[in-house]
Ligand binder design. Structure first.
Ligand code: PLP
Length: 459
């Protein structure tokens, strides 16, 4: 293996990275080169260990280095490394995984379609919504309602549904048929309101958007049960029942984007259950394989399925959509092994107990800090938002100060990996389900020390 400095130089010279300041990377190279992972710990090329308090990108739920998953993938690759799924071709593991997903789905569901990433799965969901509405003779219902600060991926359609300006700039997004409504962000949009008043405000915003656009032009709304990258934002109680009543009244489908919440992050197998959602379509990715293999799935209700299968087939013939890697057998083997581990090791119980510890420690460390606007989260996902002042309503720091990125950098120097969220001075935590309470305390402590250092510099 090349030395750490050589690897960094190779990377600097030959690659460019997602969500990275390109010119900085070309000049400075990577901040570290990771070469190993075990449990909740990553190791870099120089042998230094870090607690990964983000489980990669909210995804390595069962932790790094699980031989059960590695063995399942190796055995599958040796037995059947690839099989496409076009023209009714089938292989064993994807069929079994689809059966498993329908059996465990949080609301009655009918069929599963596999993809490679959260982004492409959400693109598929939009195509399903369009196909469904075309097939049932409502071709005008094309627009998609998404939420400001929502994160649904980066492909042309999913990147448009994502409600973060940094993902639109320079890319001509969002496309005109995406309409964003208000995020359930209590600190800002709901400041000074009771939960019931805030729900009413959010519902009113949705109603007004539908009235403005026309219900006969809107196909679906997409929502994460709890918003991840946009700020770790849980909706106020009563939000989804109220939103869903509006959608049903206007014949608008609901897509639950479970890419982060799915498979246990909130302490239930699905965020849909935690938040009382009744989606027509569900997107899963990340936690489906704990990121051991790129695999996503669109889980489709009977209501949508019957129309696309019966009317769609009559009108358009064979379903003209799919990827080379749809239903990849190695991915399906990884997912089956991953779901087995989650069940056998009763990881949902771990998420609830370690999650309660994380939430308590975050509040203990940050809640009464004068520059903390809000500590929020649920189970094993949390965030701390920093503000310049909060009396009489929140006032943010000048974005040029880069408060959250500096705190994340300070925590990294202390051996803990967290994440600064875009367009908000928030740092996020979303550790592997198997993180220990001692590791949680170390991670929170490192962030508190880093925050004290950065906020001290700003005084
Ligand atoms: N949906 C949600 C809720 C996500 O958090 C993400 C990624 O973070 C995506 C979709 C996109 O997934 P991917 O990066 O696999 O395309």
């Amino acid at each position: 293996m090349a030395a750490a400095a050589d690897l960094a130089e190779i990377d600097r010279r030959y690659s460019f990275h997602p969500f990275t300041a390109l010119a900085d990377h070309e000049r400075d190279g990577p901040s570290m080169v990771i070469t190993g992972g075990k449990g909740s710990t990553l190791t870099d090329a120089s042998g230094r260990d870090y607690i990964d308090a983000m489980a990669g990108l909210w995804c390595v739920n069962v932790g790094y280095g699980r031989t059960e998953l590695a063995d399942a993938m190796r055995d599958q690759a040796a037995q059947l490394s690839y099989c496409h799924a076009f023209s009714s071709m089938s292989s064993d593991k994807p069929a079994l995984l689809a059966e498993k997903l329908i059996g465990m789905a949080p609301v009655p569901m009918s069929k599963v379609f596999f993809g490679n990433s959260g982004s492409d799965a959400n693109d598929t969901q939009v195509k399903l919504v369009w196909y469904y509405n075309n097939a049932r003779g409502k071709p005008g219902k094309k627009k998609i309602i998404a939420r400001q600060r929502g994160y649904h991926g980066v492909t042309v359609m999913s990147g448009g549904m994502t409600g973060l300006p940094g993902l639109h700039a320079g890319f001509d997004l969002p496309l005109p048929f995406v309409k964003h409504v208000m995020a359930p962000r209590k600190l800002w949009e709901g400041h000074g309101l009771s939960d019931a008043e805030f729900v009413a405000k959010l519902v009113d915003d949705l109603e007004q958007t539908i009235a403005r656009e026309g219900a006969d032009t809107i196909g679906a709304m997409i929502a994460e049960p709890l918003m991840g990258a946009g700020g770790v934002l849980a909706p106020p109680p009563g939000y989804y029942p109220a939103i869903q009543a509006v959608l049903r009244r206007h014949d608008i489908l609901l897509i639950a984007d479970e890419v982060i919440c799915g498979f246990g992050r909130l302490g239930d197998m699905f965020g849909t259950t935690t938040m009382g959602m009744e989606p027509d379509l569900i997107t899963v990715a990340k936690g489906l394989t704990s990121a051991y293999f790129p695999l996503s799935a669109c889980i489709v209700s009977e209501k949508v399925w019957r129309v696309i299968a019966d009317e769609g087939s009559k009108a358009y013939g064979a379903f003209g959509h799919g990827y080379t890697y749809s239903s990849h057998p190695v991915g399906a083997a990884a997912a089956l092994a991953n779901l087995q581990l989650i069940e056998e090791e009763q990881m949902l119980g771990k998420v609830r107990s370690t999650g309660a510890h994380l939430q308590a420690k975050l509040r203990e460390a940050f809640a009464d800090h004068p520059l903390v606007g809000e500590v929020r989260g649920q189970a094993l996902i949390g965030a701390v938002e920093f503000v310049k002042s909060k009396d009489g309503g929140p006032v943010g720091f000048d974005p040029a100060l880069k408060v959250a990125p500096r705190i994340v950098k300070g925590a990294l120097a202390r051996g803990v990996i967290g994440r600064a969220l875009p367009n908000a001075d928030s740092v996020a935590f979303s550790p592997p389900f198997i993180i220990t309470e001692a590791e949680v305390e170390k991670a929170v402590g490192a962030f508190r020390d880093a925050a004290d250092e950065v906020l001290g510099e700003l005084r």
